[in-house]
Design a protein around this ligand. Structure first.
Ligand code: HDE
Length: 763
């Protein structure tokens, strides 16, 4: 059974209310924060240090309350607090005369407007975010080698199972500009800011575990190649053009990532149904200064699911905020998406045994070599109040780490440690971006930084340098034993050189591992994606290089299948160059990441007047009891009556609803209702399109006649007295609604039914 909405909230409470600063909560509640309550606190403006160094799930929320503004019931004022009597008419010399310069209200309103936009992120411009918390598990199972998590890291955020650390997570597409569409074929960003009691930790990852390139030096080239072409500024949010594939075809190390990007991973069904990866190898460090390597993994509770290409292109027009709105809606409706954080732990000796270099970001550590150990969970339970202030202004930086978490020498990670601080300077125009409320730590902070554009803190005292005697040499440095950050003392020696390690040279073994691990429908998805992407490439030599130099070295059969669709002569077998293995890693296939749940799935129920009342009410309850979200769709809005007099309000009418926004379709009975729908094009198109996109569809009673009217190829439909479930098409002509609902729920849990051949369906 699904959780009750928000039952993970403290005290089983519901969504928090955003009151005016100082008005939140019960004043007698011992957890109240004097700063949030408008009380005075002299030590650290803007930090919630009233928790005596302790933080909890609400600490960030309390801190943000200090700057929340709510206009409800208030008077209009200027930015400087002067009440405004007229905000529609500028001050003029005479009724029809020119505007007068002294109109401070006009100038302020217009200047604010003229300066409203800040540079969009150079990559990951389009996104959405949510607040929540992270909590480590008590005693996580780390296998035989490690007894407990403290043996691996001293980071309290990962070890203290009593602690709920507030987080803010931003999901994003990478290539498209801020106004592009959500469902493009692209990598997705998955960045989490943990406001820990030891300072902010940013885990800035993606939804795919390898990366395109091996050295940060190549990142500007990669991004220039994939972004719109510089002469005509096209195409938007797409890799399907000559410059990207030109670059790719000359960089064999990209092969592994290309396989992921061509797969369904690049078309996520929802941000809440997406895995996340730290990508690089990181270090964890324990209290004794000992270190292990780790890879970070986020695993969604709802499974990892994809859309199909035809569906995504329709969504560009019909619901271009599909992924952003999806996250927002489920949280607002009371479902709190969850991810488990897992780590793969390996030490340096183990790392040396692998047939790849763990510092090479184009490689994963296969789960067949090192299992993922779940160590905690993240819950996202609160939408932002203001998109600009929170989602746009949140600024991540992989260099934000806390004691116990450290970097590896991965040359991509090392370069990121420079780039993110630098890019924030461009976005915010000031090194004080960390003072913006969403970026501020909840942990106290004190240092000798004092100035710069838009400084918010009023740092007291005369001495802003060290050493000083005037201010007792405060703030004091903190020894490592007392929580001061100390970098892992890795022994390094070497010549100063500009080259690439030989250990980064194998470009195809893991690309082949990925291909081998896919089911046949997943393989076909990859081939179809390659046909589309390379089909958009004008230059034949680029298409040929992709097939001959890259794909043919991944898998000969794959290369031939791609060649056939894009006018390239099928390649010869590359012989020795082909990685000689048929290894598989089942964890790579999304088909093995389908837990038995339909929670948060959106089901369209198609009806018209005189629908079968019992079908509608019973099936709706059966689906909602399992956590699905049922929406009633009809030709027009306004009350509809059942044959036995029950009434329902449709949620959407045909012009505003599309099957691509739903996970499954259900047609209840009712002879007049179904008769009406068989006369209309939209319901038939709805069913046909859902079938074409491999979605579960179900019909009961006369509802089955709508399916017959659509002509679903090679599909068994129930006759009288029957209940048939055929490749996700569930139909019922008997009275057993319970069994029908059960079969439909099973079909929805499977998500997509690839064992169908919908090619002939014209939708
Ligand atoms: Fe980023 N990346 N990146 N990246 N990245 C940015 O920082 C960069 C890389 C990732 O929601 C930028 O604030 C370089 C890998 C995410 O705000 C910029 C390199 C991974 C986000 C930047 C990489 C990522 C960014 C643009 C190669 C997965 C969005 C705006 C060395 C592990 C964060 C910004 C958000 C954003 C640079 C490669 C993930 C320019 C130089 C690998 C999720 O700093």
């Amino acid at each position: 059974m699904p959780d009750t909405p928000h039952d993970d909230q403290p005290d089983g409470g519901t969504e928090r209310e955003h009151d005016q600063p100082g008005e939140r909560g019960d004043p007698t509640d011992g957890d109240q924060d004097p700063v949030a309550d408008g009380g005075s606190d002299s030590s650290t403006p803007g930090t919630s240090d009233s928790h005596d160094g302790e933080i909890d799930e609400t600490s960030k929320h309390d801190q943000l309350d200090e700057v929340r503004e709510n206009p409800e019931g208030e008077e209009l004022t200027s930015d400087h607090g002067v009440k405004i009597s007229d905000t529609d008419n500028s001050l003029k010399a005479g009724e029809r005369g020119p505007t007068i310069m002294e109109d401070f209200h006009f100038r302020e309103k217009m200047t604010q407007f003229d300066h409203e936009s800040i540079p969009e992120r150079v990559v990951h411009a389009r996104g959405t975010g949510a607040h929540g918390y992270f909590q480590p598990y008590e005693d996580p199972d780390l296998g035989d080698e490690y007894d407990d998590i403290e043996e691996v890291t001293k980071a309290k955020v990962l070890t203290d199972s009593d602690q709920k650390t507030p987080v803010f997570t931003r999901f994003s597409t990478v290539v498209g500009s801020r106004g592009s569409s959500d469902t493009v074929r692209d990598v997705r960003g998955f960045a989490t800011k943990f406001y820990t009691e030891e300072g902010n930790w940013d885990l800035v990852g993606n939804n795919m575990p390898p990366f395109f390139i091996q050295d940060a030096m190549e990142f500007p080239d990669l991004v220039h190649a994939i972004k719109p072409e510089p002469d005509d500024g096209m195409p938007q949010a797409s890799a399907a053009h000559d410059t990207f594939w030109d670059f790719a075809s000359l960089k064999p190390e990209i092969s592994h990532m290309i396989m992921w990007v061509l797969s369904g991973r690049a078309l996520p069904r929802a941000y809440r149904m997406m895995q996340g990866f730290g990508v690089h190898t990181f270090r964890l460090v324990n209290d004794d200064g000992e270190s292990v390597f780790v890879k970070f993994h986020w695993t969604p509770e709802l499974g990892t699911h994809q859309l199909v290409w035809d569906e995504t292109t329709k969504l560009w027009g019909k619901s271009s905020d599909f992924n952003r709105k999806g996250l927002y809606d489920v949280i607002e409706e009371g479902y709190d998406p969850e991810w488990e954080l897992g780590i793969q732990i390996f030490d340096e000796e183990q790392a040396e045994e692998f047939d790849f270099d763990v510092l090479d970001p184009t490689k994963i550590v296969p789960e067949t070599e090192v299992p993922v150990r779940p160590i905690g969970k993240m819950v996202l339970n609160e939408t932002p109040d203001n998109f600009f202030a929170e989602v746009e202004q949140v600024a991540f930086h992989p260099g934000n780490v806390v004691p116990g978490i450290d970097f590896s020498n991965d040359p991509l990670l090392q370069g990121r440690l420079f780039s993110y601080q630098d890019t924030q300077l461009n976005r915010f125009g000031s090194a004080n971006w960390d003072e913006i409320p969403i970026n501020r730590p909840v942990a106290e902070r004190h240092n000798n930084q004092r100035a710069g554009f838009m400084r918010q803190e009023i740092n007291e005292g005369k001495a802003s340098y060290k050493p000083n005697s005037i201010g007792d040499d405060d703030p004091q440095e903190v020894p490592e034993e007392e929580g001061g950050y100390e970098h892992y003392a890795e022994k390094i020696s070497g010549k100063k050189i500009r080259n690439r390690s030989d250990s980064f040279e194998d470009h195809f073994t893991q690309a082949r591992l990925f291909w081998n691990s896919m089911s046949e429908p997943e393989k076909q998805n990859i081939v179809d994606a390659a046909h589309f992407e390379l089909g958009k490439v004008d230059r034949m030599e680029i298409r040929e290089r992709m097939v001959y130099d890259l794909f043919n070295n991944v898998d000969h059969g794959f290369a031939k299948r791609v060649a056939e669709g894009i006018g390239v002569e099928p390649p010869e077998s590359p012989g020795d160059e082909l990685p000689d293995h048929d290894r598989e890693d089942p964890s790579l296939s999304m088909e093995n990441r389908t837990p038995d749940t339909i929670e948060t799935r959106k089901i369209a129920m198609l009806i018209d007047d005189d629908f079968d009342d019992e079908h509608v009410s019973e099936l709706r309850s059966a689906l909602e009891d399992e956590g699905a979200r049922v929406k009633i769709i009809s030709k027009v809005l306004g009350e509809k009556s059942g044959a036995n007099g029950e009434t329902v309000e449709p949620d959407k009418h045909h012009v505003a609803a599309a099957s691509v926004s739903f996970d499954a379709v259900l047609v209840p009975g009712g002879s007049e209702s179904v008769d009406a729908m068989t006369q209309q094009g939209d319901p038939k198109h709805f069913v046909a399109e859902a079938f074409k996109h491999y979605k579960p569809i179900a019909a009961v009673g006369e509802g089955t006649e709508l399916f017959e009217a659509v002509d679903l190829p090679d599909t068994d439909i129930a006759d009288d007295g029957d209940l048939v479930s055929d490749a996700g098409v569930v139909t019922c002509r008997n009275d057993d609604l319970d069994e029908f609902a059960e079969k439909f729920i099973d079909a929805i849990a499977q998500h997509r039914h690839w064992d169908r051949d919908p090619e002939a369906v014209p939708a």
